[in-house]
Design a protein around this ligand. Structure first.
Ligand SMILES: O=C(O)CCC(=O)C(=O)O
Length: 275
């Protein structure tokens, strides 16, 4: 483990999230903001999901600007990838998320930003008795890259420590919600442009509500290679794809490459040095 990440690793394990301030330089962030503005001007939001006039998600943001591609697949994210999860992990989802009051449209601001219910993002399933199982803590992660500052309204809300709880459901409702709020409390995940937050997906969290300020965050999720991503990344073609991009987009793991002479679904070291 790289020394400079030790503090954050301990905090991530204990709290369920950690913030690394100023991980990206102002120029890197401004370039991404420009890409977002250019790509989405004129009301065109490819791969978008809207839940209210003041909240929308744009999936696969790396397709909509060279700088957005560069920030997700560049050296700095590769360092995080190697040090906080491992080269056995691939991309599950990459979504740019905006929450901001849209004054042009009458909107219920409290109503439904995407992710507004308390939830965790670890993969989950029900067994034959309809009992829920969620993967444990310490297995799947997401990195939030702040393009804007977050405030006490629009920041992601976190229940620090809840990732360690043995409760194995995906959502927190009713009595459980009261119990968890009392036990773990609720923290604002306050970020400035260039900060990143690394979240253990087993920690309960939710979106805040829209304020007048712009709130663009990039949510980048990583899971072990055998977990299906949200999209069929095997078919994504980018110009001059790097080995790291192929790795993240499941193109070296699933399905097995035909040129593997032994049956082999994953070559764990096929991406090993930061490029
Ligand atoms: O938008 C937010 O602050 C939270 C988003 C979220 O909960 C998620 O993407 O899982």
């Amino acid at each position: 483990m790289n020394q400079i990440y030790d503090f954050n690793r301990i905090e991530l394990d204990q709290k369920g999230f950690t913030v690394i301030p100023n991980y990206f330089l102002p120029d890197e962030i401004n370039e991404c903001r420009n890409d977002i503005d250019k790509a989405f001007e004129g009301g065109k939001y490819p791969h978008h999901i809207t839940s209210s006039a003041s909240s929308f998600h744009v999936h696969n943001f790396f397709l909509y600007g060279e700088n957005l591609r560069k920030i997700l697949f560049g050296k700095k994210m590769q360092e995080i990838h190697k040090n906080f999860y491992s080269t056995n992990y691939t991309l599950r989802n990459a979504v740019a998320s905006s929450i901001q009051i849209n004054n042009a449209i009458k909107d219920n601001l409290i109503h439904n930003p995407i992710g507004s219910a308390w939830h965790r993002d670890t993969p989950q399933f029900y067994d034959r008795n309809n009992k829920s199982h969620a993967l444990n803590n310490g297995i799947t992660y997401q990195v939030v890259i702040a393009l804007d500052s977050t405030n006490s309204m629009n920041s992601t809300k976190a229940m620090a420590g809840s990732h360690l709880d043995s409760f194995a459901e995906h959502k927190l409702e009713d009595v459980k919600l009261i119990e968890f709020s009392n036990k773990y409390g609720v923290q604002d995940m306050l970020l400035k442009p260039g900060d990143i937050a690394i979240i253990d997906d087993n920690m309960f969290h939710k979106a805040g509500v829209a304020s007048n300020e712009s709130r663009w965050l990039l949510f980048c999720s990583y899971t072990p290679w055998y977990i299906k991503p949200y999209f069929d990344y095997a078919n994504v073609q980018l110009d001059d794809m790097t080995l790291y991009e192929q790795h993240c987009l499941h193109q070296t793991s699933s399905p097995p490459n035909y040129d593997e002479h032994l049956r082999n679904t994953f070559v764990s070291n096929n991406w090993s040095k930061v490029e």
